[in-house]
Write a protein that binds this ligand. Structure first.
Ligand SMILES: [Zn+2]
Length: 262
């Protein structure tokens, strides 16, 4: 796997004409990384954070098939995909089929990090929905309507996931192949006592003001563990990242109880 990645990288550096014919405007000397997905034989080539293109390869006999490089094209007008994610065609505006290799961060042009710090997430989401919403393609073919429904649902999922710290944390772990068991209880007596206190306080709260006050305390705790997760994940200390996610789950649930009562 690693060898293949390296090999493609060397190939692209040594034979830039493969790309220069397809993407004459790109500075190919700056191509520095590419990735190969074994589940879907396609190579994604990027430099810095910019996507250049993706190329399909037949799975068998990978090396000898390089001359058959193919580019993602619009299913409707055949235009070459010049940007990633290729959710809708730049030329004919036709909605494209879902590409599962495009992750939620890529949908919004974000780096794959926890602290996305992007205040434009909502506007980016709305822009996608303007292009992909199934209602907007009501006059189009059944095929495109289907693509629009799938793409739109995926963008909604992506937005909801990245918007919420806990879901974003879990998604990042999932991308690393780590599944967090939300039901797994944390057995630290200190945390359990704190949870009991919060729950009692929420039950006994007699006014929205009191509830908001408790909510503020819960959010403070959430932020502390959120930071903890961010550092752990950045340093690839996945055990610590998992345990902070489990703590965040507790605070998330209390916050939901508060919202129900407000
Ligand atoms: Zn097109």
């Amino acid at each position: 796997m690693l060898n293949k990645k390296l090999w493609i990288s060397i190939l692209l550096r040594s034979r830039p004409h493969f790309l220069s014919t397809l993407f004459p405007k790109q500075k190919l000397s700056r191509v520095f990384s590419c990735s190969y997905h074994i589940s879907e034989p396609r190579v994604y080539i990027r430099f810095e954070d910019h996507f250049i293109g993706n190329f399909g390869f037949p799975k068998k006999n990978f090396c000898s098939q390089v001359s058959t490089l193919s580019v993602s094209k619009c299913w409707n007008c055949n235009a070459v995909a010049l940007s990633k994610p290729f959710l809708a065609c730049e030329s004919c505006r036709c909605v494209q089929p879902v590409d599962p290799s495009v992750d939620y961060f890529q949908i919004f042009g974000l780096k794959k990090i926890y602290g996305i710090d992007d205040t434009n997430l909502e506007s980016k989401y709305k822009n996608w929905q303007k292009k992909l919403h199934p209602d907007l393609v009501h006059s189009k073919s059944e095929k495109e309507k289907e693509y629009a429904a799938e793409q739109s649902a995926r963008v909604i999922d992506a937005y909801r996931t990245l918007q919420k710290p806990l879901l974003r944390a879990m998604y990042l772990l999932q991308m690393e192949g780590i599944h967090v068991d939300e039901e797994k209880t944390v057995s630290e007596p200190e945390l359990l006592a704190e949870m009991m206190e919060f729950r009692e306080a929420v039950e006994e709260a007699g006014s929205p003001q009191t509830l908001k006050q408790i909510q503020g305390q819960v959010q403070e705790k959430m932020e502390v563990w959120s930071k903890y997760f961010e550092n752990a994940f950045k340093n690839r200390k996945f055990d610590d990242a998992i345990s902070s996610t489990q703590r965040m789950t507790y605070y998330h649930r209390i916050n939901e109880e508060i919202i129900k009562k407000l």
